[in-house]
Design a protein around this ligand. Sequence first.
Ligand code: PAF
Length: 296
Amino acid sequence: MGVAHCERVQVIRSVAAMQRLARRWQRQGERIGFVPTMGYLHQGHLSLVRRARAAVGPRGKVVVSIYVNPTQFGPGEDFARYPRDLQRDLALCRGEGVDVVFAPSDADMYPGRAKGCFTTFVVEETLSRVMEGRSRPGHFRGVTTVVAKLFNIVQPDVAVFGAKDWQQAVIVRRMVANLNFPVRILVSPTVREPDGLAMSSRNKYLKGDLRQQATVLWRAIQGVRRHLLEKGRPAPVRELRALVRGVVATAPQARLDYVEFFEPETLQPLGMVGRGAHMALAVFVGGTRLIDNARL
Ligand code: PAF
């Protein structure tokens, strides 16, 4: 029960069925590569799938989860309208030779939630407080909780996350280290459109002129890189913030939420920014909130 076949990709809807299959694979000595997603897949996701396949080899198993996790969305955020298209996602997964798509229901992932009986969460307490955590209170509690649950269900040897969500990847690594999950976390480079816009399922919201304005995030990153290169030495954060504000102001419907400069593994904020530092920014473009980041 809870298992459907779709040519070569197997679709599993139930937590129990996924867990049973994962246990069987483990008994048989199969390596499991896992790519957690919220669906509406794009080339960025597919690059993670390829990385998972490369990590487990042709005889290993690759699982992609497709689940729009309600607990990582705040009130007034886009949970209800987040793009969903399972049939399209399955076709893409089939094309990449994914073995299983795990697409559970809310009722199965969060039993008792509607009655107030889902009361256990996983909380990372330090790295989650800055940047996305400050702008989206409760977001990372939802992410760490669902990722911990998915790890318990899929039992992967390797899990692949996108560098596009840099802070998320750092937090998941910390959670895995702190809570002894037996899984290796790989972080794969951001995949970009030809004009530099980082691929994201939310890019679908960018209608008309907003799509072009959304390149402001990449232009800000490139502007900072150029500035540091021309300067030839580290620059103070306030100088770089001013530069970023200037670039964002060139897009009439863009509004900077934050820009931060930090040490990439600890997210510690920097006063002076030079080579090897990391920057991340969040910008509202019209009503759509976009994020991006890069090593400088
Ligand atoms: O990055 C995402 O798509 C989500 O945050 C994740 C990791 C699938 C958890 O819901």
